[in-house]
Design a protein around this ligand. Structure first.
Ligand SMILES: [Zn+2]
Ligand SMILES: [Zn+2]
Length: 69
């Protein structure tokens, strides 16, 4: 259960501190196709990761609204 266990490359099993670093690595080293969030421009390795992020983003926006009004 180390700090580096979360973001592991599926192709070469190199571990990264952040998901962003893993995405950059997969693009550069393996020419991995990535998907982009249309809302914030963040990159993802899989469509399911992007969908999860979009869902979270929406929930956060709802929370923000709740605080504001
Ligand atoms: Zn790799
Ligand atoms: Zn986003």
């Amino acid at each position: 259960m180390g700090l580096f266990s979360k973001h592991e490359c599926e192709e070469c099993h190199t571990r990264f501190k952040s998901y962003g670093e893993l995405v950059t690595h997969a693009q550069d080293a393996h020419k991995h196709r990535v998907v982009k969030c249309s809302g914030c421009g963040k990159l993802f390795l899989h469509e399911k990761d992007r969908l999860h992020h979009v869902k979270e983003e929406k929930e956060h926006k709802v929370d923000e609204r709740r605080h504001r009004f």
